[in-house]
Design a protein around this ligand. Sequence first.
Ligand code: BGP
Length: 468
Amino acid sequence: MINGDQMLWGSATAAYQCEGAWQEDGKGTSIWDDFVHSNKNTKGITADVACDFYHHFEEDIRMLAEGGQNTFRFSISWSRIFPHDDGIVNEAGVQFYNQVLDICEKYKVLPNVTLLHYDLPSYIGADGWEKRETIDKFAAYCKRCFEIFGDRIPYYATINEPNHNSYCSYLVGNYPPNHVGDVQNLVKVCYHNMVANAKAIQEFRKLKLKAKIGIVNSGASRADILKDTPEYREAKRYANMLFHGWLIGAAVLGKFPDDLGDTLRNLGVDLSFVKQEDLDLIRENTVDWIGDNIYARKVVKPYEFGETQMVVNNDPHHSQALEGVTVKGLFQPDIDPTTRKNPWGREIYPKCGYDALIRLRDEYNNIPVFITENGHGMFETVDEKGEINDQERIEFLEEYLDYFAKAKEEGCNLQGYYIWSTMDLYSWINGYEKRYGLVHVDYENNCKRIPKKSYYWYRDYIEFQKNQ
Ligand code: BGP
């Protein structure tokens, strides 16, 4: 049971994955527009239209509210606000987000808004986070958003998943700029993200808004082990530090872990880009809340062989493939043969949500937490009655929610929960066949919306929780 009255209950989206309208009303292009239109993208699927949130937002937010949800997570497209590298605001872009906020107000839905969910403007470049100047450009963009939207947005998040995004972009190579095994730039990019986060927060504090600001991380319980030996525990410690600990440490505690520098130098990383002024900025500008996107844990074991790399499995026909990160000399992926996997090989492990919250309680000052994403990707069909019976998703969510409730009962500072996703939308690497929404989108039929069984289940679940 998650005590209802103070909790926010909602669902989440991201601009690139839902808006479409990729060139409408003066919008500039983003690095994801560039990537999906380039020959590096072998799948040839784009989000030019996506689920067309740009033209359906009123209906989407109304449905969300009618489904009992009182909060909506979405992101702002930087290139819709600043289409060019000249600092001139695109008023039509501002108007769009103001309209979205109007509809949220109309339906008493609290917006939780991420300022960057992967889609850097093309003029910043796919390699943008490698460049120090991007820190100032990001802070300037955020400052304008704070000035424009102010307290109309009660919860801002600076960046979505700096860790997962950087790992995909610089280790796996499946996100732009598609570098494989580029550890040097991976570290630099994560570092620049954290300095940019601090700089944006500095701008935010100057305005003395009532709103709260956070950052969204991926999986505070990322690392887990199958054997309890000193070697396994050490592998887990390193994995937790390098998956997320250095980023949450900087954002929440204002400092990187003590042994991070030595660990990275031992991996051959040149840290000459680190500056004392950045560390001061990070120390002085921490978040009010942390978002955690919870899907699965990462099982690791002590390092045995192989180069530093990350493997992801996007082939739904090889569900038992070994996924994960190898860091040479420190750890490598392990697989638990006893747990369930989804068709894309992602482990279903509800307890990881509990572990994440306990970790945030015990190691990060019990900072207020939002589960900013939790959801289940599935293949789905519409039955002969025109309905979508996603019972499997309901069971997934129930199991995870039971563990979140247990953590809250044990004193974790959980304040809000968002299902990924509000409606079906574009999946970064899997396109449209992998569906996450509470609401089905008929892409062949003008993006018609049909609530799934899980939509009604979530409405009843929230109602029940609120009455406890
Ligand atoms: C998170 C991202 C989301 C979303 C989700 C599902 O990491 O923040 O944007 O995409 O993962 O991922 P996928 O669609 O790859 O299964």
